[in-house]
Design a protein around this ligand. Structure first.
Ligand SMILES: [Zn+2]
Length: 324
């Protein structure tokens, strides 16, 4: 949902992209947004601590957005060269207009991974024109999520598992000699997800049936998986989903629900600006309703999907009084 991202923020993001392409080092991610995993080390490095080497040539993979990029990198390991097109949180994936360099990034891709559900339509288009023979894995296709549905599928634990399985299967088809390697990477990813799975189980056990409301619907799949009840006032929710501003009455309904403690926790997307989400946040704070920050894309300084999700889930558990 980008409804509440102000034009000002988009203008600033565009300006930053214009001004800073040569100054993209440091702790921030590349201003152009593209990152690559390090090239696989040459064979025969032979150190005891080195993970398994790739038994064949690595597969070139392009991923549209960084919410899926780290997952694919982990699954591919040394047997994939993963290029993530949008890896900068200053860019709104919903409204992204691809640059000519993005088309070049797709050329030569042997596998393309996108979110789908009209979230990153530009990537589906570029895959068709610039990597026409590459199979495309779409999280929306894998989970049978139609266009127009909530596209924030990386917040669905089921979608994460299903996409991981699809990626592993496709990589194994593309590089059959590395099928065993990819199988090991898939198990390692499942192991890496254990703290995430365990947080979800604990929150579900301790807080299922509690209520939440959200300034934007990005976290809704996860909230459903946790058994939380969505009490976001309907008018506000509809306006947000339709990319329009909620009416003063919708905002008032939200404030009242918070003030009357009909909502146990407010989920707040920190990557939107604008006065309306801030007003809602203030209303929650005044009513002592805990606020949990979430982000649409991987925040700067966080490099792993699991760390990103675990931090948010831990904060949510605390807000809901669940010991983890
Ligand atoms: Zn969104």
């Amino acid at each position: 949902m980008s409804a509440l991202i102000s034009p000002k923020r988009l203008a600033v993001a565009a300006l930053v992209a214009l001004v800073l392409p040569a100054a993209a080092c440091g702790t921030d991610k590349s201003a152009s947004g593209t990152t690559s995993t390090p090239s696989p080390t040459a064979t025969g490095s032979g150190t005891a601590a080195a993970p398994q080497d790739c038994p064949t040539a690595p597969v070139d993979v392009v991923v549209s957005v960084d919410q899926w990029g780290d997952i694919v990198s982990q699954l591919g390991g040394k047997c994939a060269r993963v290029k993530t097109i949008l890896a900068s949180s200053s860019v709104d994936p919903h409204d992204y207009e691809p640059a000519p360099a993005d088309a070049a990034s797709f050329a030569g891709a042997k596998l393309v991974v996108i979110n789908g559900a009209d979230y990153d339509h530009w990537a589906a288009d570029l895959a068709r024109t610039s990597a026409p023979s590459a199979p495309v894995i779409s999280a929306a296709d894998v989970t049978k999520t139609p266009d127009g549905a909530n596209p924030h599928l990386w917040y669905s634990p089921t979608a994460v598992g299903a996409v991981a399985d699809a990626v592993t299967a496709e990589l194994s088809k593309l590089a059959p000699q590395a099928a065993g390697y990819f199988g090991t990477e898939r198990s390692d990813f499942a192991t890496a997800l254990q703290p995430y799975d365990s947080l979800i189980d604990k929150i579900k056990a301790g807080a299922s049936g509690k209520s939440y409301a959200a300034t934007e619907g990005i976290f809704d799949y996860q909230a459903q998986a946790l058994g939380l009840v969505d009490k976001t006032p309907e008018g506000y929710q509809k306006a947000s989903a339709n990319e329009s501003d909620p009416s003063p009455a919708d905002i008032e309904a939200f404030r009242n629900a918070l003030a009357n403690h009909q909502i146990d926790v407010l989920i707040y997307n920190t990557q939107t600006e604008g006065s309306i989400p801030q007003q809602i946040r203030s209303a929650a704070e005044q009513a002592n309703v805990p606020v949990v920050d979430v982000t649409e894309t991987v925040p700067p300084g966080v490099t792993s999907f699991v760390t990103w999700q675990d931090d948010q889930l831990t904060a949510l558990a605390k807000a809901l009084g669940v010991t983890v």
